[in-house]
Design a binder for this molecule. Structure first.
Ligand SMILES: [Zn+2]
Length: 221
């Protein structure tokens, strides 16, 4: 609520990593997207922090509550972001589907970050159909839908009721499969990436999809 400044952290402030106990310069911690430079622990990002980390520019003042929508650029590639953080993860599936469908309707490359537990609660056909239609329209425009499932506490396993995207990525600081609990919980995951790897991968994917879109649409692939 009071995030009127992008970087309100004064010089000389240190925090301590919750895993390795090492001291981290707070500005550095912000720059790395809350990843410990010593042990690689990924602290949870709020929706606004996520948008600020991923987008070239983000004004936190525009965000109120619920699944965050942010339209901006990632390395100058336009993108529409929906960010479902731990706080908004308890929103009903119906509301989530409506929310993502609305964003897909902007007809921009769509990236959905979904926290653990996303889409808890009641399930109904109408929002699911609306989202399916919106995603189909996006696909007809040869625009990508990228789903990023984010690490967190997966005590009860990962629950994402969102439909899988053209690409499904998992952000995780944990070992890659077969040790990662996200794998069995979400069979559609194409790749497991750290937060830093993810920030390097997203612009490459957006470049790929843009090139595919501007290419000759009649080619078989
Ligand atoms: Zn650490």
């Amino acid at each position: 609520m009071n995030e009127r400044e992008r970087s309100p952290i004064p010089d000389g402030v240190w925090i301590q990593c919750g895993d390795c106990g090492e001291a981290i310069f707070a500005r550095e911690f912000e720059r790395t997207g809350k990843v410990c430079p010593h042990c690689g622990r990924h602290d949870a990002l709020s929706a606004a922090e996520r948008a600020a980390y991923v987008l070239d520019e983000f004004d936190a003042d525009e965000h109120l509550s619920g699944p965050l929508h942010a339209v901006g650029e990632i390395d100058s590639f336009p993108a529409a972001l929906a960010v479902i953080d731990a706080e908004s993860a308890e929103v009903s599936s119906g509301k989530l589907f409506h929310s993502v469908a609305e964003l897909a309707g902007l007809l921009k490359p769509l990236i959905v970050f979904a926290a653990n537990g996303t889409g808890a609660g009641e399930e109904s056909a109408e929002p699911r159909l609306r989202l399916a239609r919106a995603l189909k329209q996006l696909g007809n425009e040869r625009l990508p839908y990228i789903l990023v499932v984010t690490d967190g506490s997966e005590e009860d396993g990962y629950r994402a009721f969102l439909p899988p995207g053209d690409i499904v990525l998992a952000e995780t600081s944990r070992p890659k499969p077969p040790d990662n609990p996200l794998e069995s919980a979400h069979p559609h995951i194409d790749n497991f990436l750290t937060r830093h790897e993810l920030s390097e991968t997203l612009p490459k994917l957006l470049a790929f999809f843009r090139q595919r879109r501007s290419g000759d649409g009649t080619r078989p692939n």
